[in-house]
Design a protein around this ligand. Structure first.
Ligand code: G3P
Length: 222
């Protein structure tokens, strides 16, 4: 499973990249709006920090505008993937952009049929929003399972990018279902690593080692 960071925060992206397990980054207008500075310059810095797909979202709502913005994003850096919303206009834009060789990440996917249409339009990635479905008492992970099955049935060349993952169990479930990618906030990535028994075990190893060293030193001094 590939791990993407769902943030536009450079500090978090740098720290995540330093761990050596980050394969890409997803941004959206809300995430970019949280950061200061020019979004274009920020996206370029992100591209220079992580060598993998970096999603940059269009904000136009008509296909023509999406295509224009998408070409612009894609022209900034070869790693940039154009994020389009899963609407009729987004579908049209995806067909055009993908035919031109640009990779599209179809975002705001909340149903298996939206994912099916996105793959047919040539999207390289679909982003089902797990947490936002959970928020409205609908099991988001079932959507991931449905999409993985549909794409497998027809061998679609489109990756399932489980998004809106809010905690480590979301990541575990998405991985068990075979989602190709999970995108998550930096805090969730850190949560994947943290285990109290690891911390406790390490503390004990180091204490035992120090004790043994002191005993050896004491013996040598006699
Ligand atoms: O990648 C999608 C993500 O940014 C949405 O997450 O937590 O706002 O639902 P969330």
């Amino acid at each position: 499973m590939k791990i993407f960071l769902d943030t536009a925060n450079l500090k978090e992206i740098r720290e995540g990249a330093a761990l050596g397990v980050v394969d890409g980054v997803t941004t959206n207008p809300s995430l970019l709006a949280k950061e200061s500075g020019d979004p274009e310059a920020l996206l370029l810095e992100i591209c220079q920090t992580v060598d993998g797909p970096i999603s940059a979202e269009v904000v136009a709502t008509d296909a023509e505008g999406m295509v224009r913005e998408g070409r612009h994003w894609a022209g900034l850096h070869e790693n940039i993937v154009v994020k389009c919303p899963c609407t009729a206009e987004g579908l049209k834009a995806t067909r055009t952009l993908s035919s031109e060789g640009h990779r599209v990440n179809m975002t705001l996917v909340f149903s298996p049929t939206q994912a099916l249409l996105s793959a047919k339009a040539g999207a390289s990635f679909v982003s089902p929003f797990v947490g936002r479905l959970d928020d409205i008492s609908t099991p988001g992970m079932e959507l991931v399972a449905d999409i993985v099955q549909i794409f497998d049935n027809y061998d679609f060349d489109c990756e399932v990018l489980a998004a809106s993952l809010r905690h480590p169990m979301h990541v575990v479930e998405a991985a068990k279902l075979g989602a190709h990618i999970g995108t998550m906030p930096y805090a969730v990535l850190l949560g994947l690593l943290k285990h109290p028994l690891t911390d406790l075990g390490l503390k004990r190893f180091l204490e035992d080692w120090e004790k043994a060293k002191k005993e050896l030193a004491a013996k040598a001094a006699h």
